[in-house]
Write a protein that binds this ligand. Structure first.
Ligand code: TYD
Ligand code: MG
Length: 452
């Protein structure tokens, strides 16, 4: 009998003639399952045959891209300044992350500006959405709800209604009738998305599609769609446990790695415009075992407090415990402090924690971590109007880091007064008192002075 099925990775769409335990393309385990092979002819049937247009590069006129501004600053910034007309945006996230809430909020804002918005739900009833809208205080005549799962019908509605924005919640629950596999399978998700993409481009209408990420194999992951769409946003709920982070990982119309920070409240998502302020709330004037550092989230600097505690251990192997900082970097910093500053940490338990439950992946925080450990061990108070920026080399040298001007200007905005930075870096115009240091040894003077 002729084989007409293949095995497809639900994470990335890789296909193989036999079942595989590990996907050779994306490295995920247990993601393969069997699916009908779809005929190529059928796939592209929705594209009408047209002759390709050929244009010389010099003849192409650029219209400045038009954008829909939602007024939700955190959302607009992540997209590079609003929703570009005719773009297809994918918003992924785990169930319960707040995708539908954010999408409905966006729809409400656009509809309020007298623009027609279609909110197409393929997984909730209109009553459910109405309930959510009531909670979010959205009530607009221009916002239309459609409960529909067939992608052909969805395209027809979009064509007929000609709205200014379309939201489809979610891509895993829509399906194309001509394809003989269930909604959520790789083929369905890929083909439905292709048709939606074609519609967005043809009609120049921006479409926001929502995609669930689950680790179970049977639901096709939004990874398959990443290369098709213009922008990919992920809604993360875990990394910063008190906040929800909207992150852009692909954007054809703006910079990636921008983040928007929200908090889920009983009446919807609240924008957090100045996160550093929250992380540094209730900071005492001076403190032992504390160092303020900056980390970059996209193009935005965040100021965080590193807390360190050392305590003497009389027997047994001393503990090294960190939360939010890379463990190996922390061990390197301890070794540098021991060797270069002659700090006797060999009989000390050392704990390091980052405020707000944030994880730091940057070396720019090295100097602040070292300062916090040193000040805890020596029990010298560091004034909290001081911030530390710099990477530590193994020889104790302080190395420059990127985005120096942005980091310093954020510190200035938040009322910091002094800033310890590596030598030979540009600081731009700043009112801060800049202290340039070459080596970790120089930090002794600063911390001592601070404690006076
Ligand atoms: P939801 O947007 O439905 O998540 P997703 O579409 O990503 O699956 O909602 C996420 C959670 O937020 C849900 O558990 C209910 C809660 N929630 C609030 O706390 N306040 C609100 O105003 C709303 C609308 C939801
Ligand atoms: Mg939802």
């Amino acid at each position: 009998m002729k084989r007409n099925t293949e095995f497809v990775c639900s994470n990335c769409g890789y296909s193989s003639s036999k079942w595989l335990g590990k996907c050779p393309s994306c490295g995920q385990f247990n993601t393969f399952y069997e699916e009908e092979i779809i005929e190529k002819k059928e796939v592209s049937s929705y594209r009408k045959f047209e002759e390709s247009k050929i244009s010389s590069l010099t003849d192409i006129e650029i219209n400045k891209e038009q954008r829909l501004i939602t007024g939700i600053e955190e959302f607009d910034r992540v997209l590079g300044g609003g929703i570009v007309k005719g773009s297809l945006i994918l918003m992924g996230g785990e169930p319960g992350a707040g995708k539908s809430t954010l999408a409905l909020t966006v729809a409400g804002k656009i509809a309020k500006n007298d623009k027609k918005v279609l909110y197409i739900s393929a997984e909730e009833s209109d009553a459910q959405i109405k309930l959510r809208a009531d909670r979010l205080d959205i009530n607009s005549k221009n916002l239309f709800l459609i409960i529909e799962t067939g992608v052909e019908k969805i395209v027809n509605i979009i064509e007929k209604e000609n709205p200014e924005l379309v939201i489809i919640d979610s891509i895993q629950t829509v399906y194309k009738e001509t394809i003989d596999s269930y909604a959520g399978s790789v083929n369905q998700v890929r083909e439905s998305c292709a048709q939606i993409l074609y519609t967005a481009k043809r009609l120049n209408i921006p479409i926001l599609i929502i995609g669930h990420i689950t680790k179970e194999g049977m639901i096709a992951g939004p990874k398959i769609l990443e290369h098709m769409v213009d922008a990919v946003l992920y809604f993360e709920a875990e990394k910063y446990y008190q906040f929800k982070i909207l992150r852009s990982v692909k954007n054809r119309f703006g910079s990636v790695n921008e983040i928007g920070i929200f908090e889920m409240t009983s009446s919807g998502l609240l924008e957090i415009k100045s996160p550093s302020k929250i992380f540094l709330d209730n900071l005492q004037k001076e403190k032992a075992g504390s160092g303020i550092v900056t980390v970059m989230e996209g193009t935005r600097p965040l100021l965080l407090e590193i807390q360190a505690l050392t305590s003497r251990r009389n027997f047994g192997v001393p503990q090294r415990t960190v939360i939010g900082v890379d463990y190996n970097r922390f061990l390197i910093i301890i070794a540098i402090l021991e060797r270069k500053l002659n700090l006797h940490l060999e009989n000390q338990d050392v704990f390091v924690n980052v405020s707000g439950g944030i994880r730091i992946f940057e070396t720019a925080a090295d100097l602040g971590i070292a300062a916090a450990i040193y000040s805890s061990f020596k029990n010298i108070k560091i004034p909290t109007n001081l911030i530390f920026i710099g990477e530590l080399g193994l020889d104790g040298e302080i190395r420059p880091v990127n985005f120096m001007e942005a980091r310093i200007s954020e510190a200035e905005k938040l009322g910091f007064e002094r800033c310890v930075i590596p030598e030979r870096v540009k600081t731009g115009n700043t009112k801060l008192d800049i202290i340039k240091i070459k080596n970790i040894i120089d930090i002794l003077n600063i911390i001592k002075k601070g404690g006076e």
